[in-house]
Design a protein around this ligand. Structure first.
Ligand code: ATP
Ligand code: MG
Length: 471
């Protein structure tokens, strides 16, 4: 047992469901957050750098307006920062004015550690010094007969710092958010799965001997509610099946005991003193009757058990009803004659079915046996067969005493007998029967994919209808 448990625990699927749900949730959330953060960072970086470039270009244009040619040299016109009016943060900018040979002619704005660039390429470059990074914009100057370059320089450090700060915040914030989400997720998953634990607990406490317990889930009719409900319904069916089984065993034992007790009693009485030969013969004949009843019963029980277990697959073959039912009627006609019961038939020609002949013989013998057995002398039993709505209906009708309506729903249950018949049999009129005949008939019809129905009118008669699918 311990070994088994260990083995089971090792399997990865043994991680509790709430943990697995939380892990999946965290993984998904983590990926989404990471992608989102990366996108945000990238967007911000791009817009900040774009903004620097725009500022530099704008400042360079403004500076150009203020470049004056003095002879063949150029210089900034005012000492004032030329771009002040346009860009408030232009305090951060440095302006260089260079001659065409790269010599620094004039300078404005902030002092910086970056010298002017002499590899003249109009446009932007980013250069790094030991500590900082710089963005430089170069534009050509053409004033009267002088020429040169204006360069605007901005320190990228503040932007890099901002981005770095954001990155740090993200690296701390992201795991923190994930941790919080994980705790929340675990809490929610545990809460959502709580009813499952309750269902499991109840299921564990239900044993074969105590099938009375139910989950009786009170929550909403969601997935779990439906599961609990289905489980309860399954238990209902199981309990009914168990009870049927128990009743069946009890009834079977009882039915076996009655003839055995009668045998035992009769033997005891006969042996109590010496008797003349005819009396022994009498006793033996009566004993034979009881033994026949026992054989009949055990055959029925065995047959029923085989049918239940599906041990014997149906051997279907085409059967011509007229011939088949005719043969069965021949078989029961001596019984009918003995009771002066008229046997009639109205069977359509050419009507065939597909069925297991052994089972069907048993089915119709049971029904006809009942009809003859329970119909008083001088009565009538009729067999009819016709085609109706893709079904073959075979009717066995008698003019017997009928069956009270309250018994009809139970008639096909095993060992079920109508009370009056039990009493009658008790008086020993030879109508021995255990109440299995109709139960067997019902199972046979069901195995053929058909239905067995009964109608009865007190003092008028009973009609059994076998509905079989047409081949
Ligand atoms: P078994 O068939 O096992 O020998 P049985 O005939 O008593 O015993 P079923 O054939 O299952 O048992 O019938 C059940 C009960 O239904 C019978 O006890 C009888 O009371 C009633 N019954 C069946 N067929 C008829 C019928 N044609 N007319 C009146 N009552 C019937
Ligand atoms: Mg019967």
């Amino acid at each position: 047992m311990i070994f088994m448990m260990k083995k089971r625990l090792k399997r990865p699927s043994q991680i509790p469901l709430r943990w697995r749900l939380t892990i999946w949730y965290l993984l998904t959330l983590g990926v989404i957050l990471l992608l989102f953060a990366a996108f945000l960072y990238w967007q911000l970086q791009r817009s900040l750098y774009d903004q620097v470039d725009t500022t530099l270009q704008l400042a360079a244009s403004q500076a150009l307006i203020n470049v004056d040619a003095e002879g063949d040299t150029i210089a900034f016109q005012n000492i004032e920062n030329p771009a002040n009016a346009a860009q408030p943060q232009n305090d951060d900018l440095t302006f260089y004015l260079l001659a065409t040979d790269g010599a620094l002619v004039d300078q404005l704005g902030r002092e910086t550690a970056v010298p002017p660039q002499t590899s003249f390429q109009p446009g932007y470059v980013t250069i790094s010094t030991k500590e900082d990074r710089w963005r430089i914009f170069t534009q050509a100057v053409a004033a009267d007969n002088a020429a040169g370059w204006v360069q605007v320089v901005q320190n990228l450090d503040p932007i890099d710092e901002t981005l770095e700060k954001l990155l740090t915040q993200m690296t701390i914030g992201l795991p923190l958010a994930l941790a919080l989400a994980g705790i929340g997720g675990l809490f929610l998953a545990s809460r959502a799965l709580q009813p499952v634990a309750r269902i499991t607990h109840t299921a564990e406490s239900i044993s074969g001997s105590d099938l009375n317990r139910r989950i009786q889930y009170q929550g909403p009719a969601d997935e779990l509610g439906r599961l609990a409900h289905t489980f309860d319904a399954m238990l209902d069916r199981l309990q009914a099946a168990f009870e049927r089984e128990r009743r069946f065993t009890g009834d079977a034992a009882h039915e076996l005991r009655t003839p055995l007790a009668a045998l035992k009693g009769r033997i005891g009485v006969t042996l109590s003193r010496p008797r003349p030969v005819p009396e022994y013969t009498d006793t033996l004949q009566e004993m034979e009757g009881q033994v026949d009843r026992l054989i009949h019963l055990s055959n029925d029980l065995l047959f029923m058990a085989r049918l239940d277990q599906g041990e014997r697959p149906l051997q279907l073959e085409p059967i011509v009803l007229r011939d088949f039912l005719g043969a069965i009627m021949d078989q029961v006609s001596p019984l009918a004659e003995a009771k002066q019961i008229a046997l009639r038939e109205t069977i359509l020609d050419d009507l065939t079915i597909r069925g297991d002949i052994d089972l069907l013989i048993r089915l119709f013998l049971n029904l006809l046996d009942n009809a003859i057995k329970y119909t008083p002398e001088g009565g009538q039993v009729t067999i009819a067969a016709q085609l109706e709505n893709k079904q073959v209906n075979i009717t066995i009708a008698d003019t017997g005493p009928g069956i009270p309506a309250e018994h009809l729903p139970h008639l096909f249950e095993r060992f079920y007998r109508v009370e009056e018949d039990r009493a009658r049999r008790g008086r020993g009129n030879g109508q021995s029967g255990a109440g299995l005949g109709l139960a067997i008939a019902y199972e046979i019809v069901r195995a053929h994919g058909g239905q067995l129905a009964v109608e009865s009118q007190i003092n008028q008669g009973t009609t059994f209808v076998v509905h079989l699918p047409k081949p």
